[in-house]
Design a protein around this ligand. Structure first.
Ligand code: GRF
Length: 201
């Protein structure tokens, strides 16, 4: 079993999809050993507790700068035996030190087809740009924001009547399917990274 830490700041629906897959798929290959949040009000904490998973709260304010905050997060994950960090709606940028400690061992999910619309408000950006298609990207985290090697992408059409809310809802349906698939592939050693290229074996 690959021990993973899931990091979440918000509603935690992607965390829930991972919890559900780990529970229902005997071949999943990964175990969520801890859920870490930077926001004590995150619903991720309740979702973890309901599933009997350990939780840690590491706030930015108690550490005051990105390096110390990142170190505390990585330490917490390692204390629980995690070998991989899975960012699931984690709203803080990690210092480069995290990538050094977990090389090609940090995953992120982003609600656009990167490299289009990186950063915050990706769904609004795509809508305001008049794009016809956006989607979901799962990638390895490197030193730059929303930039590391792309593991999987899923397109989502933008409809004429879409609001940011309706579009995000359809994007999330794809996220909840794609993220567990990628975590399973990583756990089962199916992902081979060469530079920016990720091959599925
Ligand atoms: C997702 O849309 C993800 O792509 C983005 O943040 C959102 C998190 O949603 N990074 P949730 O907390 O998993 O519901």
């Amino acid at each position: 079993m690959l021990p993973i830490a899931v990091l979440a700041s918000g509603s935690g629906t992607n965390l829930q999809a991972l919890i559900d897959s780990a529970a229902s798929d005997v071949d999943f290959g990964a175990e969520i050993v801890v859920v870490i949040t930077d926001r004590p009000e995150s619903q991720a904490l309740q979702r973890a507790a309901n599933a009997g998973i350990a939780t840690e709260v590491v706030t930015f304010d108690e550490h005051g700068n990105r390096d110390a905050f990142t170190k505390a997060l990585c330490d917490a994950a390692e204390d629980h035996g995690a070998q991989v960090l899975v960012l699931a709606g984690f709203m803080r940028i990690l210092a480069p030190d995290a990538v050094e400690r977990f090389p090609n061992r940090i995953l992120n999910i982003h609600p656009s087809l990167l490299p289009s619309f990186p950063g915050v408000d990706a769904v609004e950006q795509a809508l305001n740009h008049g794009a016809k298609v956006t989607g979901v990207t799962v990638h390895f985290v490197d030193e730059q924001v929303d930039h590391g090697p792309i593991i999987a992408q899923e397109p989502v059409p933008i409809l004429g009547e879409d609001t940011a809310e309706s579009l995000h809802e359809r994007i999330q349906q794809q996220e909840h399917r794609l993220y567990p698939e990628v975590v399973k592939a990583l756990a089962r050693h199916r992902l081979e990274v060469t530079g920016r290229s990720v091959e599925w074996r």
